[in-house]
Design a protein. Structure first.
Length: 105
């Protein structure tokens, strides 16, 4: 299994502490910027199964809009209840002004 990088956005599409939702190969992915860093994570909360792109960035975490569960943007680890299961993370590269994400074939 190999990863194929796909261009998903421009840096200007994802400003600081914002979340952009994209779909690649049937996977719902949230692109986030926290500080100077960009992250690609599953857009679905592992607890409530709702879209995380409607939540907010808090430091290096994303907070679910439904019950307040938080996930680490780097690792996907659930950081507080009610979530206990992690969410997926995806390799992301910034190439000039473009954001590329790798998804498994």
């Amino acid at each position: 299994m190999t990863d194929n990088f796909v261009k998903v956005a421009l840096k200007s599409d994802v400003s600081k502490d914002t979340i952009k939702a994209v779909e690649i190969a049937g996977k719902h992915i949230a692109i986030c910027q926290s500080g100077e860093n960009y992250y690609a994570i599953s857009d679905i909360c592992s607890h409530a199964k709702v879209a995380l792109h409607n939540g907010q960035i808090v430091g290096e975490e994303i907070e679910c809009p439904k019950h307040g569960a938080r996930f680490d943007l780097k690792t996907g680890k659930a950081m507080c209840l009610p979530a206990v299961q992690p969410i997926a993370t995806y390799p992301l590269e910034v190439r000039g002004d473009e954001i590329w994400i790798a998804v498994a074939e």
